[in-house]
Design a protein around this ligand. Structure first.
Ligand code: GLP
Length: 240
């Protein structure tokens, strides 16, 4: 695991976007794994800037998002699909037929999860997976638990995650369940870029980097990945 500590969130966004842009310029039909949350937003803005300048074309890129809340229509403004459409896919010119999401509306969620994994494999695997991290060390929506998940699955969200994400919901209550890629799916990505900023992430970052590899800190599994780079500001890195 490589660690890069940068001074500002803008510097982090510049570094991470450069890696993603280089990937897409070299391989226009790249497969990218995307994350939601506030951590990647500035990176997404840099990708949009590059598209507007005409220095990149995302129309042949295939995407897989990490996770989605159960029970929300894609048109629901709180859904992660809506988040990605607004923050990246529409302004950066991604082609919707290449965009993949776990459907939080599916009745047979096990079938949806199996199909998602098969589709990632059919597309040749994920070239670069972008990640944030939860305050409790979750990646995607893989909450602390007794074992590492392998493939996509339905998860009951931890109270600390519901509290952290309540700010995105006017009524203060996110759905209790979500579908997420498993830790195994994330580790299968060829390259992983993780962004964490702010003091609220410092303990999770310490556990991820310095702690044991344990499903109690799902992000610690990244210690076993051959090509992961973690981009931190000083506040997130303060306990390393
Ligand atoms: C959410 C998402 C994660 C994200 C994390 C951190 O729960 N499911 O994919 O990485 O929270 O979010 P933020 O970047 O807003 O701190």
């Amino acid at each position: 695991m490589r660690i890069e500590i940068l001074e500002t969130t803008q510097e982090i966004a510049t570094r991470v976007s450069e890696v993603l842009l280089q990937q897409v310029r070299q391989k226009p039909d790249s497969v990218l794994g995307f994350a939601t949350g506030s951590s990647p937003i500035e990176t997404y803005q840099k990708l949009i800037e590059a598209k507007k300048k005409g220095t990149v074309d995302f129309s042949r890129v295939t995407t897989f998002n990490l996770d989605e809340y159960c029970g929300l229509e894609p048109t629901d403004p709180h859904s992660y699909y809506a988040f990605m459409r607004e923050q990246l896919f529409a302004p950066a010119g991604f082609c919707y037929e290449n965009v993949h999401f776990l459907s939080g509306l599916a009745e047979d969620h096990e079938a949806i999860c199996r199909a998602y994994r098969e589709e990632i494999a059919r597309c040749g695997g994920i070239d670069i997976q972008l990640l944030g991290i939860g305050r409790n060390g979750h990646i995607g929506f893989n909450e602390p638990s007794d074992s590492f998940s392998d493939g996509p699955f339905m998860v009951q969200l931890a109270q600390s995650t519901l509290d952290a994400n309540a700010r995105f919901f006017e009524n203060g209550t996110p759905p209790r369940y979500a579908l997420t890629m498993g830790v195994g799916d994330i580790l299968a990505a060829k390259k992983i870029l993780l962004i964490a900023t702010g003091e609220s992430k410092a303990r999770a970052i310490r556990a991820m980097v310095r702690g044991d590899v344990t499903p109690q800190c799902p992000a610690s599994a990244l210690q076993n990945h051959p090509d992961t780079t973690v981009y931190l500001d000083r506040a997130a890195a303060q306990l390393l």
